[in-house]
Design a protein around this ligand. Structure first.
Ligand code: SF4
Length: 458
């Protein structure tokens, strides 16, 4: 039998990208080849996201495309994994293309499911009714430890999950239902994983968690928080930058985390902490557990302890019941927060969440659109101001590689347009040799725009 191949397509957040990497490693270890396209693959897996309606719609339309391919290649196995698989379960088999449905807590079983689907030509279902229990399984931890250390992708840059799930139950969010409750991974397993990554040439590790700042692991008398992880990981030779996303606005562990950022040179001075709204009424309806004043106090504290910190936020516009006054509160908070950048989303109801069940989606689409544009316009002013501070300065950049628009430049030195990021997560574009990919470079900033810095290699 010739070597089978698998093609994995990913939708959604960084957490999903990481899952896709773990799954790819597991298939490789089982002897499968990885395929860059559906055309050559025996197994096609779609790693799905349920956070926004739009992401689910894209998956459904992609399944339509796969159904056509399956008509001419009936042996191809199509699997849906990730959040949408957990949310919809067996229902996904109504779609003709689908052979495997596997939720996030079941991904350690994915190779076995695919092998069975190939051999037996039967549909395979692995989702759980008991997300609480499954999310805490040793199997999941073993899977993470086994495959989380091969530094797939850009070899200088790796993502490491420090916790799974979320306990917050924001009323608009599906994550606690499909990813289960918060489970922090043992610090020892994380340290071992990062040591392996460092040996493989990784220089920057981004620690991932839905609410990464609530990382908490109790071992005997000691409670480990994210600041302890920073300290332990800072000791690892080869690792130069530690980043972490995403933080929930909360007092718990906040000061120790900030102090670690200020004291430990490897911890990057970048904080992504979404407020979601500036209106206390809407924050309450969202079940966010802070007021806008409390949120802004956290930012003041962050800037006191880490003066050069860069802060990013997320907002949802058009949440049920959001009035023009509520929206103006978001504008006001965004201005006061002086974010480096913000991600702004239009509310869409997610099935089975509290907001979907109890609150009417009563803000008109055109009003959501207008508010989205309004917040983005305000943010652009903030981002521009933030970027301008770097004009004429030298920054240290970890080079991702050629930019999407990279072309050989006219100086005939074989230089390409490269892209990298600073420790404050600013995107920097400059010219240099491809061989700089994965290393640190010093760049002098000669031009700025709201979201990008442009410069010259020093
Ligand atoms: S904190 Fe809220 S928005 Fe974030 S993952 Fe948890 S429930 Fe969802």
């Amino acid at each position: 039998m010739s070597r089978k191949t698998v093609h994995i397509e990913n939708f959604g957040c960084q957490m999903n990208k990481l899952d896709a990497q773990l799954v790819a490693s597991a298939f490789e270890e089982a002897g499968f080849g990885l395929s860059q396209s559906v055309k050559d693959a025996d197994v096609v897996l779609i790693n799905t996201c349920s956070v926004r309606q739009n992401a689910e719609q894209r998956v459904i339309s992609h399944l339509g495309h796969l159904k056509h391919i399956k008509e001419s290649r009936p042996d191809i196995i199509v699997g849906v994994i990730g959040c949408m698989a957990q949310r919809l379960g067996e229902e996904l088999f109504e779609h003709k293309a689908v052979d495997i449905v596997c939720g996030p807590a079941q991904i350690p079983k994915i190779v076995e499911l695919a092998t069975q689907a190939i051999k037996e030509k039967t549909k395979q279902l692995a989702v759980t009714e008991k997300i609480r229990k499954e999310n805490q399984s040793e199997e999941l931890e073993d899977f993470e430890s086994a495959y989380g250390a091969d530094g797939r992708g850009n070899s200088a840059n790796a993502f490491v999950r420090v916790m799974r799930g979320c306990n917050n139950f924001c009323t608009y969010c599906i994550v606690p239902y499909v990813r289960g409750p918060e489970v922090s991974r043992p610090p020892k397993a994380i340290v071992e994983q990062v040591k392996h990554l460092a040996c493989g040439g990784v220089k920057q590790v981004t620690l991932l968690g839905q609410t990464v700042n609530s990382y908490k692991y109790i071992a005997g008398e000691k409670t480990y928080c994210l600041a302890d992880l920073f300290e332990m990981l800072s000791e690892i030779d080869g690792i130069e930058w530690l980043k972490f996303v995403t933080s929930y606005p909360s007092q718990e562990f906040f000061v120790p985390i900030l102090k670690a950022m200020a004291d430990l040179p490897k911890v990057c001075k970048y904080l992504h902490m979404p407020p979601q709204s500036g209106s206390d009424r809407i924050l309450k309806a969202m079940n966010r557990k802070y007021t806008s004043a409390e949120y802004l106090d956290l930012l003041v504290k962050a800037r006191e302890i880490v003066p050069d910190i860069a802060i990013a936020g997320d907002f949802i516009v058009g949440f049920p019941g959001e009035t023009e006054d509520d929206f103006q509160c978001s504008i006001s908070l965004l201005k006061k927060a002086e974010y480096k950048n913000s991600f702004i989303f239009k509310y869409s109801p997610r099935p089975d969440t509290a907001a979907e069940k109890r609150l009417a989606d009563d803000v008109l689409p055109e009003v959501k659109k207008k508010r989205n544009i309004g917040l983005l316009a305000e943010q652009e002013k903030n981002s521009d101001k933030f970027s301008q501070k770097f004009f004429g300065k030298e920054v240290r950049v970890l080079v991702d590689g050629p930019s999407k628009k990279a072309k050989i430049s006219s100086n005939e030195m074989g230089q390409l347009q490269l892209v990298g990021r600073t420790e404050q997560d600013c995107i920097v574009i400059f010219e240099g040799l491809r061989s700089l990919t994965g290393s640190f470079a010093k760049v002098k900033i000669t031009r700025t725009s709201p979201l990008t810095l442009f410069g010259e290699l020093i």
